[in-house]
Design a protein around this ligand. Structure first.
Ligand SMILES: NC(=O)C1=CN([C@@H]2O[C@H](COP(=O)(O)OP(=O)(O)OC[C@H]3O[C@@H](n4cnc5c(N)ncnc54)[C@H](O)[C@@H]3O)[C@@H](O)[C@H]2O)C=CC1
Ligand SMILES: CC(=O)C(=O)O
Length: 287
């Protein structure tokens, strides 16, 4: 964000005070090189006049711990963050990347009572970027030549890719012989496992999600009206409601300006329904 928005007032809040101080010193070093931003430590009260509250806090899964235990822990962390931010008088947008991101985005909207447009999850933005990388590597083209390749549904195991509107060098993917059905399924599987592969190799994923968060925040701060794949509120889209899931949406100054429902074939709609069922089951288990 410091690199892409010339002047931001960035307040870092974390329960780990030493790490916060380290992050602030490290981030302050960026500011003279990129604009006139200010980076400082603060409290949730600083959200009172903020445009955006970005939530990235969370704990990773411990050995022997179930996913459900992790959901519960991260939900408790979320409560400890969202409630004081709302109490500060904050009227901006929440942007969430903590996992499981679709569930935590849904819970943030419930906890905050904010309108759905003002609560956004990173959703399948990272997975969609990963799909473009996988396609570009497979076809040996520049990644910038891949357009409209989207991953939808859960940011997690039930994600799925949709290729109907995807193009490479201006050609629809269905016209490219190298991309038969089996290959496309392999690419989708590669996207699905990419986060775990990175975590196995270096412990966590950093850069991709950071840029996804930057793009969402920049679109809000600059009122850009840009289409991004995010975790968006489904209110009848794909036949689903009361849940956030990955789909493209137009992001502007007030948050989500429009959720875009892509044309899906029956099997893809079923996959979206499966993601939604999974999210609902997790939400129900937390009650
Ligand atoms: N949606 C996505 O595409 C991605 C999501 N993630 C998720 O982001 C979350 C964080 O991951 P990392 O940054 O790698 O972990 P990390 O351990 O490096 O950072 C998490 C931070 O949260 C802080 N924290 C914990 N409890 C807190 C509380 N109650 N209040 C304030 N701060 C608190 C910790 O002190 C720590 O500094 C995880 O849930 C991870 O799965 C990570 C990468 C991609
Ligand atoms: C950690 C995570 O959610 C990812 O990199 O996909």
């Amino acid at each position: 964000l410091l690199q892409n928005v010339a002047s931001v007032d960035l307040v870092v809040v974390d329960i780990n005070k030493e790490r916060t101080l380290g992050d602030i010193l490290d981030l302050q070093d960026v500011t003279p090189l990129t604009g006139s931003s200010v980076v400082r430590s603060g409290t949730y009260d600083d959200a009172s006049d903020a445009d955006i509250a970005v939530i990235t806090a969370g704990v990773p899964r411990q050995p022997g711990e179930s996913r459900l235990d992790l959901f519960k822990k991260n939900t408790n962390i979320l409560k400890a963050i969202v409630t004081p931010i709302v109490n500060s008088g904050f009227e901006g947008c929440f942007v969430i990347s903590s996992n499981p991101v679709d569930v935590l985005t849904t819970i943030t909207q419930h906890l905050s009572g904010f309108s759905k447009e003002k609560v956004i999850g990173t959703g399948t933005s990272l997975d969609s970027a990963r799909l473009c990388v996988e396609l570009a590597l497979k076809l040996n083209v520049l990644v910038s030549e891949i357009k409209n390749a989207y991953v939808l549904g859960e940011h997690g195991d039930s994600l799925f890719a949709t290729f109907a509107e995807a193009t490479v060098l201006g050609k629809n993917l269905s016209e490219i012989a190298a991309l038969d059905k089996k290959t496309l399924l392999e690419l989708e599987e590669s996207v699905r496992s990419r986060g775990s592969r990175i975590i196995d190799l270096k412990g966590a994923t950093h850069y991709g999600v950071a840029v996804c968060l930057m793009k969402i925040c920049k679109a809000i701060l600059n009122d850009e009206e840009v289409t991004l794949p995010i975790s968006a509120p489904l209110v009848g889209h794909y036949g689903q409601k009361d849940i956030y899931l990955g789909t493209p949406a137009i992001i502007a100054g007030g948050g989500i300006k429009q959720v875009i429902e892509m044309q899906l074939v029956a099997t893809e709609r079923q996959k979206m329904a499966l993601s939604a069922e999974k999210m609902r089951a997790i939400l129900a288990s937390l009650e």
